[in-house]
Every structure is written in structure tokens, then in C-alpha cells.
Design a protein around this ligand. Structure first.
Ligand code: SAM
Ligand code: SF4
Length: 481
């Protein structure tokens, strides 16, 4: 099933990926840094911001950890397993520190925020600890650590959005890029550590987002994915333009408006977004999607559970019926919309009935794809403080397996329905298996592979492809003129 997890929220194939910009960078640098990233796409986007900050201060990037003077690991705390992976990596880096004196190791991101100076005091694994809102202070912290001081900055901010920093793109395909439009989260889902590690929700200045997307398009990118933990609650207003009657602020930009502004940059620029909390996605957003052909017909709409009782314990603020209503509305306004989900198996007190409700809502929603997890209790979350993590691991795993099986069948059924249809596809590059085939995506975010057929096409081109066959993970087809 992992094979199928190719979506861009948390791409399992990218976990631990080393940063690789400046491939042909011939500049002389005072120091070389290496960054490895884990977790969601926001973290990968943050590593691009960190690289940009360090590069401006005269540090060069390297993809080879043995060449690095500074080693950074951008971490994820969402599940215990993610933290264990990072710990293991840090012990490997510690060995490198013994072999090569003078190198510094820094922890960035959510785990840095969660564990703060514990990393320096108790674990003694690292020299620098920097939370997600403190990356601007990184060059100063490196200097402090070089002087032998403990270098920690885990202050969370109410307004940091790094709006003025142009990220250095890691994405080597040169076709699709991620653009952060907001940071933090105010939702307090009871299982989730994000509000504690990433702080309060704040929206980035709309103008800087549009500018970044325009720049990307000018550099030949053909697809942007607008990123946030809860993009539908995006709301930006210039505080100087306060409405005289105290109503909505003049010039306020909602997510629907932002989406439209980005879509209007060019019909040749595809626009995607992630993630949508079901409680916040509005008809306005759906109408905007329907109106602009270049806004992709795809919504990542995590359900988490199909049981209203569990959803209440999760503090998701919607019921099963309400969620189903949202799916109906999407299908009504955008009939060919792809929908995917996140699902958690074995949350506190989950019964077999609750679990069946989850399997059943998956069938109802006909997800094209899902990210599926078993519940992992996280320290400090509402669930950890209020409820007992009482579902034995083997039951969690068995339920997860059943969820994975249902999703496998739904994905295959959804792909089979596409056989015989023709899709507009954005070519992303060679297919993984053969350089005689292209790999691209449909508007619905499905991966499609098709022979190149000696055409003069290149990645970044749009092409019409007729689907002839499929697997659970991929559509197969051929180019039609
Ligand atoms: N903001 C997004 C949302 O609300 O859907 C996603 C945030 S999180 C980075 C991605 C997914 O991880 C969640 O949707 C949830 O399914 C899963 N997740 C979060 N906390 C978890 C936990 N404690 N145990 C298992 N899965 C978890
Ligand atoms: Fe976590 Fe919920 Fe916020 Fe998503 S919306 S980041 S699951 S608290």
C-alpha cells in the first residue's frame, strides 16, 4: 500500500531525503551544511526556507553528510515512530562528531519544539535546537554553538510567516513546487501535537504568496500546491485597511479569493492545495474550483474516523453525517473531483462498531487514496491528558490492516472507472521504471504512465492521455492528438 502513498502531503518516499539544491553551485563557502527532512510537506518546505537563510549568510549546501560542517535534521513529532527514526539518525550523527571534530549537529522543527533544551541537557546528542518559528536566528545560533555555548531558540511566534524569504527549491523536477500560505494550527484535535509544536495559526501576506507563485511560473514551474495545516481557514487582511463600519475588513483575502488570485496568474499554472479540514471548506472554495479549469479537481479531506462518538472525542467538531454531507456537496458541485483522506485506527475507546463505521464511511466517500495510521499517543495532547490509550496494539494493527485493504479495493475501483476516459496530464518526468515512458498526473492527482512515442514533448508540457489500463496505484494510457 505504501507504494500508493505518492501524494504530496506526506510522501513516504521522501522521508529522510537530503537537501540537494545548488547542484552546479561553484561559489566558495565558509561552511557547508547538510539538511535531512522528515514528516509532512510543510517540513520539506521549511527546509527550503532554512537553506535560503543559511545560503544568504554564506553557507553552502551539500548532499554528502561527510562533507558537512553543519548537519541539520528537520524533524516530525506527529507519531512516536517518526521521533524514533530521528533519534536513531542522531546517534549516527553523534558517531560522525567523534570522527570529525568541530562539526555541529542541529535539530530543527517539531521535535525541537517539543523537547526543547532536553536535547542538549539530557540527551547530549546535539549542539543546536531550533523551533519552526525561529529559523531566522539560525546563523546567530551557529556562531554561539561554535563558541561552545548552548544554542537554543524554540520561541513560537504569533506572526512569523517567513513571507519575505524566497525558498531555495529542493524540488528537482522543476515542474511542481510547494508554497506555504500559513503556519500553525488553532484546531486542537485531541490526538494531535501540531498546535503545540507549530503554535498559533497565522496567514501569510497574500501579495507575497502571489509573487512567489508568479516567480515560480516565470521559472517554468507549471504547478503550485498551496500548503497549510488547514488552508480553508486562510484569512489575510492588511490591518491598515480597517472597515469603517466595523464589518469585514476591506481587502480581506479568504482562501477562496487567494485560490482565485493564484489561478488567474496563468491558465497554464495548475493550482493544488492541502490540507482541508472538513469543517472549514466552504461552498465559495468549491465554486472557485469549479470556475477555474486550472484549479485541480482534488481535495484532501481527512475524516480521521467514521464514528460520530470518536469524532467528538477527537474534537474534530463534525459528525459522521455532516462529513457525508460535505462529500455530497463536493460531488454535486465538482462531479469529477478526486477525494482523499487521513484515517486513524484504534483511537482511545474505539469499539468494533466504531471501526465498522470508519470502514463504512470510506465506502461511502469512495476515497481515491488515503493515508492510514494507527493511533500513537503523543505527550501533552488533549487525548493523552484526558483519555486512556486503551486499544491493544495488535487490535490497532488489525483494524489498520482492514482499513488498508478497503482503501486498496476503493483505489482500484476508482482507477478502473477511468479506463476509456481521456485526461489532461501534466508531465512531471520519466516514469520510475523506464525512461521510454512519461509519468504525469491528472487533475484528480492520479499518477499516470504512458509511452513517449517519439513526440517532441518535455516535462512541464500538458498532454491528453487516454487510459487503457490501471493498477491500484497507477493509470496506464497513451497520448492522443
Ligand atoms: N492538518 C491536517 C488535518 O487536519 O488533516 C493534517 C495534520 S497531520 C500532519 C497528518 C495526519 O497525521 C492527521 O490527519 C492524522 O491522520 C495523523 N495523525 C496526527 N496525530 C496522530 C497520532 N497521534 N496518531 C496517529 N496519527 C496521527
Ligand atoms: Fe492537527 Fe487537527 Fe490541526 Fe490537523 S487540524 S494539524 S490534525 S490539530
Amino acid at each position: 500500500m505504501l507504494d500508493y502513498v505518492t501524494d504530496k502531503v506526506q510522501d513516504e518516499t521522501r522521508q529522510g531525503e537530503a537537501f540537494a539544491p545548488f547542484a552546479s553551485d561553484l561559489n566558495q563557502y565558509k561552511k557547508r551544511f547538510y539538511i535531512e527532512s522528515y514528516g509532512c510537506q510543510m517540513n520539506f518546505a521549511d527546509s527550503e526556507i532554512v537553506a535560503s537563510i543559511l545560503n544568504k549568510e554564506g553557507f553552502g549546501a551539500t548532499r554528502n553528510v561527510d562533507d558537512a560542517d553543519l548537519i541539520f535534521i528537520n524533524t516530525c513529532s506527529i507519531r512516536e515512530k517518526a521521533e524514533q527514526t530521528v533519534r536513531k539518525r542522531l546517534t549516527e550523527f553523534k558517531k560522525l562528531k567523534v570522527q570529525k571534530r568541530g562539526i555541529l549537529v542541529g535539530v530543527l522543527g517539531c521535535m525541537a519544539e517539543r523537547l526543547k533544551s532536553k536535547f542538549l541537557e539530557e540527551e547530549k546528542l546535539v549542539d543546536i535546537v531550533v523551533g519552526p518559528d525561529a529559523y531566522r536566528s539560525l546563523p546567530g545560533l551557529v556562531e554561539e554553538a561554535e563558541g561552545g555555548q548552548k544554542a537554543v531558540n524554540v520561541l513560537l511566534s504569533r506572526d512569523e510567516t517567513y513571507a519575505d524569504i524566497s525558498p531555495v527549491r529542493i524540488d528537482s523536477n522543476g515542474v511542481s513546487a510547494f508554497v506555504s500560505i500559513m503556519r500553525g494550527c488553532n484546531n486542537m484535535c485531541s490526538f494531535c501535537v501540531v498546535p503545540f509544536t507549530r503554535g498559533r495559526e497565522r496567514s501569510r501576506d497574500a501579495e507575497s504568496i502571489i509573487k512567489e507563485c508568479k516567480d515560480l511560473f516565470e521559472q517554468d514551474y507549471k504547478e503550485v500546491t498551496l500548503l497549510g495545516q488547514n488552508v480553508d481557514s486562510y484569512y489575510y487582511t492588511d490591518s491598515l485597511k480597517v472597515s469603517p463600519n466595523g464589518g469585514d475588513l476591506e481587502g480581506a483575502v479568504t482562501f477562496a479569493k487567494l485560490l482565485e488570485k493564484v489561478a488567474l496568474i496563468s491558465p497554464l499554472l495548475r493550482v493544488r492545495f492541502s490540507t482541508s479540514h472538513p469543517k472549514d471548506i466552504t461552498d465559495d472554495v468549491l465554486h472557485t474550483m469549479a470556475k477555474h479549469e486550472n484549479i485541480c479537481n482534488y481535495i484532501h479531506l481527512p475524516v480521521q474516523s467514521g464514528s460520530s462518538r470518536i469524532l467528538q472525542l477527537m474534537n474534530r467538531t463534525y459528525t459522521r453525517e455532516w462529513y457525508m454531507g460535505k462529500v455530497n456537496r463536493i460531488r454535486q458541485l465538482i462531479p469529477d473531483c478526486g477525494i482523499s483522506s487521513d484515517i486513524i485506527a484504534g483511537f482511545c475507546t474505539e469499539t468494533e462498531e466504531d471501526h465498522k463505521d470508519t470502514l463504512n464511511i470510506m465506502e461511502y466517500s469512495k476515497y481515491d487514496m488515503s493515508y492510514m495510521f494507527f493511533y500513537s499517543e503523543r505527550p501533552g495532547t488533549l487525548a493523552q491528558r484526558r483519555y486512556k490509550d486503551d486499544i491493544p496494539e495488535e487490535i490497532k494493527k488489525r483494524r489498520l490492516q482492514e482499513i488498508v485493504e478497503v482503501q486498496g479495493r476503493l483505489s482500484l475501483e476508482s482507477n478502473k472507472k477511468d479506463i476509456g476516459k481521456t485526461f489532461k496530464v501534466l508531465i512531471e518526468g520519466d516514469s520510475k521504471k523506464s525512461n521510454k515512458d512519461w509519468m504525469g498526473r491528472t487533475s484528480q492527482n492520479k499518477v499516470i504512465v504512458f509511452p513517449k512515442e517519439n513526440n517532441e514533448l518535455k516535462k512541464g508540457n500538458y498532454v491528453m492521455v487516454k487510459v487503457t489500463d490501471c493498477t491500484q496505484a497507477t493509470l496506464l494510457g497513451y497520448i492522443i492528438n
